[in-house]
Design a protein around this ligand. Structure first.
Ligand code: F6R
Length: 242
């Protein structure tokens, strides 16, 4: 695991954007695994600015997002489909037909999860998987105790994750309880992983991921097994590292 510690959030975001842009420049038809959440917003903003400046094109890029809430249709304003359109897809030249997110409103979510895994395989697997980290060490929506061998499936969200996501919904009650998420093994099958974490609230989870025992108690620690995992941090997120 390569750990890069940058002086502040924008420097960390710029470094992560460099890695994404280089991947797409080297292989214009690269398959990107994408993440949502607050941490990714400045990264998508930076990539959209670089695209507007003519520095990077996503015209031939294929994308697969990590996760989606169960029960939310793509047009719901709090769905990750909406997030991705607003934060990234509508701001760059990516072909919408090459973008993929799990369907949270599928009539048979288990079948949708299996189909999603098959679609990733048909695309030739993921070249670069973007990741954030939850305060409890989750990646995607693989909450603590998630099987390290898991593939795309339905997961129950912990109360701590629902509390963290509650800010996007009208009430805690309306905050979704379930998500469809790539599994830990799906993530580990990517040819490269890039995890971005910023801010002091992530410091403990980052320390458990990088220095803690490899354990399902901290699903992000599974990245210790990955041959090409890069962790980009600002100083605050790196604050609990030895
Ligand atoms: C979202 C996702 C989650 C987030 C994590 C951090 O697609 O995969 O694992 O990356 O919950 O979220 P923020 O960045 O909002 O702290």
């Amino acid at each position: 695991m390569k750990v890069l510690i940058l002086p502040d959030e924008q420097a960390a975001v710029d470094r992560a954007a460099d890695i994404v842009a280089r991947t797409v420049r080297d292989a214009p038809d690269a398959v990107l695994g994408l993440a949502t959440g607050g941490t990714m917003l400045p990264l998508y903003e930076t990539l959209a600015q670089r695209h507007a400046a003519g520095d990077v094109s996503f015209a031939r890029t294929v994308s697969f997002n990590l996760d989606e809430y169960i029960g939310l249709p793509p047009e719901h304003p709090c769905s990750y489909h909406s997030y991705m359109r607003e934060a990234f897809f509508d701001r760059v030249d990516i072909d919408p037909s090459r973008t993929h997110l799990p369907r949270g409103d599928a009539p048979d979510p288990q079948a949708a999860a299996r189909d999603y895994e098959a679609a990733i395989e048909r695309a030739g697997g993921i070249d670069l998987q973007l990741l954030g980290i939850g305060r409890n060490g989750h990646i995607g929506f693989n909450e603590p105790t998630a099987s390290l061998g898991s593939r795309t499936r339905i997961k129950t969200l912990t109360d701590s994750t629902r509390q963290a996501n509650r800010r996007y919904f009208d009430s805690f009650d309306e905050t979704p309880r379930y998500a469809i998420t790539m599994g830990v093994a799906t993530i580990l099958a990517s040819r490269a992983c890039l995890l971005l974490a910023t801010g002091a609230a992530k410091a403990d989870a980052v320390a458990r991921m990088v220095e803690g025992p490899l354990s399902a108690a901290c699903p992000a620690s599974a990245l210790q097994l990955h041959a090409k995992a890069t962790v980009v941090l600002d100083r605050e997120a790196a604050g609990a590292l030895e």
